[in-house]
Design a protein around this ligand. Structure first.
Ligand code: PEP
Ligand code: MN
Length: 389
């Protein structure tokens, strides 16, 4: 098994029993064409610098877990139209250009809190995203298969091709759509680190990688991987992060203090968001330019009586209010929103008019997403809270 330092649940890396197949897959991934070029990534760096300068804000959204079977034109088009429409509405509300970023073209690996789940009288390994195993509740489907990393590479390529077609069809009317995902799977991501003729390394699998809360620790191999690439980097943070660790992250991930290079995505939960201020101060003390984004979803995930995940719009709104209060009162950059949302007419999150049933919640593959109307409610709330401050 590839071994990574530390022991934070082996940094969420899947165990691959078929070592020969793993080696074959890695050597193929190493030689496949880059998904994005250095130039495309550099464009995104510039776009984020404009956000730091207050000239634009970010709308980042998409599925919790992207599906390989949804990388065809029809599904991707629907997601792109949704991202575009929400960005347009946010732009009108805020009177600012929007950077539209999908959790798309690579969001295929999921960190999990448990190794196993109980299904009736069986215990099954959990689903770790389409690049690792399959979600069906059978032992065979849950077996980790390294060949799925190749499938996810090709799904990302297909999705990116559709994004480019979409942008070409409407060159003047649509925002460029930038891609992002959690750079979780080290066996995959390290094959996508490429070098330009000047010797600069970049992660060609996405414009904007982030690393999540379950791989955030001082000795995280994910931090080490992202510290040395030219892409801008985002890092989820919550109330367990100390001011001194934030200062370390600033120094490690943005030593040259480049505006837009480093984003912290805050996902504290409504009852902890008041603690963000201390972290903003710690980042400011290092004189590192930082973008602060609000993910109001992952810190507000409760459980229903039957044990399904439960997210409630009023909690998300309270977190957005707290986030804006903290960021604005410290004169820091409130860069935008990070949401799990879908164009599909689903009811996965609770709000005044929507009360999903237990059997509906049980169907959700990973985390509950917002539908279009719920997304619009959060955008309006973001705008209204700005007016109040
Ligand atoms: C996610 O964004 O789907 C996720 C798992 O987030 P976090 O690392 O913040 O829990
Ligand atoms: Mn999620």
């Amino acid at each position: 098994m590839t071994s990574f330092p530390g022991n934070k649940s082996n940094w969420q890396q899947p165990f691959w029993s078929d070592k020969d197949m793993l080696a074959l897959v890695i050597s193929e991934l190493d030689t496949l064409p880059e998904l994005l070029s250095f130039e495309e990534i550099s464009e995104f760096n510039k776009a984020l610098a404009a956000v730091y300068a207050g000239k634009a804000m970010i709308f980042q959204a998409g599925d919790c877990a992207e599906r390989i079977c949804e990388s065809g034109a029809l599904h991707v088009r629907k997601k792109l139209t949704f991202l575009e429409q929400m960005s347009r509405e946010l732009s009108t509300l805020m009177g600012l250009p929007i950077l539209t970023v999908g959790r798309i073209a690579g969001q295929y690996a999921k960190p999990r809190s448990q190794h196993n789940e109980v299904d009736g009288d069986r215990v099954l390994p959990v689903w770790r995203g389409d690049s690792v195993n399959r979600p069906e509740a059978t032992p065979e489907a849950r077996r980790n298969d390294p060949q799925r990393m190749l499938l996810s590479y090709h799904a990302a390529a297909e999705t990116l091709a559709e994004i480019k077609r979409y942008e070409r069809e409407y060159p003047r009317d649509v925002h460029p759509i930038w891609t992002s995902h959690e750079a979780l799977l080290l066996d995959y991501e390290t094959t996508q680190i490429r070098t330009n003729p000047h010797g600069e390394s970049y992660l060609a699998s996405t414009h904007w990688p982030w690393f999540g809360i379950r791989t955030l620790a001082p000795d995280s191999p994910h931090i080490a991987m992202l510290a040395n690439i030219a892409n801008p980097v985002a890092c989820k943070i919550d109330a367990t992060v100390t001011p001194s660790f934030i200062a370390t992250l600033c120094r490690q991930l943005n030593p040259q203090r480049i505006p837009g290079r480093l984003t912290f995505i805050s996902r504290f939960g409504r009852s902890h968001i008041h603690r963000l201020g201390a972290l903003i101060q710690a980042a400011q003390a290092t004189e590192t330019p930082v973008l602060w984004m609000c993910d109001p979803m992952h810190g507000n995930t409760g459980k229903t009586q039957a044990g399904n995940k439960r997210r409630e719009l009023s909690d998300m709104m309270a977190e957005i209010s707290g986030f804006l209060r903290q960021v604005k009162s410290h004169n820091a950059c409130a860069a935008g929103l990070h949401l799990e949302a879908t164009p599909n007419p689903v009811i996965e999150c609770f709000c005044e008019n929507n009360h999903p049933e237990e059997h509906e919640l049980k169907q959700i593959l990973c985390d509950p997403r917002l539908n279009v109307e719920q997304t619009q409610m959060l955008l309006t709330h973001w705008k209204e809270r700005q007016n109040d401050l």
